[in-house]
Design a protein around this ligand. Structure first.
Ligand SMILES: Cc1cc2nc3c(=O)[nH]c(=O)nc-3n(C[C@H](O)[C@H](O)[C@H](O)COP(=O)(O)OP(=O)(O)OC[C@H]3O[C@@H](n4cnc5c(N)ncnc54)[C@H](O)[C@@H]3O)c2cc1C
Ligand code: SF4
Length: 332
């Protein structure tokens, strides 16, 4: 049985207090929300913080407000997001993405803030300490080369959050609390340059709230590819949102791919292509042919990377067909 390494658990009551603790202990400390990703990673010694700063007791991070816009406290669980009637009705892609994470027990404990901050993944890294030692480690933890791309000086571990692509597609923002002040950035700016520095926020900052704009008049969806229908992380995620005129002309489109790079990838050329065109079968096929090009899957996740790349095109087309009210060609 894998055991957790020893650590001290701090339970601050404010986000500023939590950020102060993280600043004080530096690399020896990490925040923990539901722990559904962090604790298994600690058992595999991917992280060995001496101090864990628990976020459960923080004020102001637990509620859902759905007035004109949607505000999610970072500690709201994925089940609460997926089941919330207003989220399901007005931001259905958010509810769907949250409801597709892992399995019910993990969604009951895992939080939406933790999901946006979840570690990147790679077949050579998400292994026990024993397994990683036997191949000499890799540079994301304890080693000095990338085992997927040995000539690379950056890590290609994959962004594997289900909700991040949706939040970016909907133009969501997050509030980050530091020891002295708060700031608000777009979710699109939350992600860093590679699979190691995968978050662009300062290490001591706590994500406290997620703000999703009113998307009345938009159609949106999220599609997820994985080996099994439950538990598995995405090997591809497609978030799509469009605003159509009555004549079905695309006024605006957002397409974001997950699990194809170290951060979610915005398919900007395809978004531009769609603008001003009628969302019919031909347009969708052409847009999908453009959208999948920036997907750069490597041989470090489940199933073959060439197949994952091909599926990006197919799943983008299916997502757009869903939004256009056309049959998606799914088998089930
Ligand atoms: C078997 C299994 C299957 C899984 N499948 C999926 C899946 O399909 N899709 C998916 O997206 N995820 C999956 N996960 C990962 C995880 O369960 C979810 O991403 C979950 O939402 C993480 O939330 P948490 O609250 O448990 O985060 P934690 O585990 O507590 O934290 C995750 C990371 O985020 C940081 N963090 C957490 N909250 C904050 C905050 N408010 N501010 C700053 N930093 C923070 C932590 O320091 C840690 O680095 C899976 C995990 C397991 C074990
Ligand atoms: S992409 Fe390379 S450096 Fe990053 S986790 Fe995988 S093997 Fe390690």
């Amino acid at each position: 049985m894998l055991r957790l390494p020893p650590f001290r658990y701090a339970a601050p009551s404010t986000a500023e207090g939590a950020a102060r603790l993280l600043a004080e202990y530096g690399p020896d400390a990490m925040p923990v929300a539901g722990g559904t990703d962090l604790y298994p990673n600690m058992k595999r010694r991917q992280f060995t913080p001496r101090v864990l700063v628990g976020l459960r007791g923080l004020q102001g991070v637990h509620g859902i407000e759905a007035n004109g816009s949607l505000t999610l406290g970072a500690m709201v669980t994925l089940t609460e997001v997926a089941d919330h009637p207003a989220v399901r009705e007005r931001w259905p892609a958010v509810a769907r993405a949250a409801g597709l994470v892992s399995s019910p027990p993990l969604r009951n404990a895992g939080t939406i803030g933790g999901n946006l901050c979840v570690d990147t993944r790679c077949n050579y890294y998400n292994q026990t300490e024993f397994w990683r030692a036997s191949i000499g480690y890799c540079m994301k933890k304890d080693g000095d080369i990338c085992l997927v791309a040995p000539g690379s000086d950056v890590c290609w571990a994959l962004s594997s959050s289900d909700t991040a692509p949706v939040m970016i597609a909907l133009g969501a923002e997050v509030t980050l609390a530091g020891p002295r002040e708060e700031r608000r950035i777009r979710v699109a700016e939350l992600y860093g340059p590679d699979g190691i520095a995968y978050l662009a926020k300062r290490p001591e900052e706590i994500l406290t709230r997620i703000h999703v704009p009113d998307r009345g008049g938009w159609s949106m969806t999220y599609r997820k590819l994985r080996r099994r229908g439950s538990i598995d992380f995405p090997i591809l995620g497609v978030a799509a949102a469009v605003r159509l005129t009555r004549e079905r002309v695309v006024e605006e489109a957002r397409l974001v791919l997950g699990a194809v790079h170290t951060a979610p990838v915005v398919a900007r050329d395809a978004e531009e292509f769609l603008r001003g065109r009628v969302l019919d079968g031909d347009t969708i096929e052409m847009a999908a042919g453009i959208a999948y090009k920036p997907a750069k899957p490597l041989d470090n996740a489940d199933l073959s990377y060439a197949w994952r790349k091909r599926m990006a095109r197919i799943e983008v087309a299916r997502a757009l067909r869903e939004l256009a009210g056309l049959p998606t060609g799914d088998l089930c």
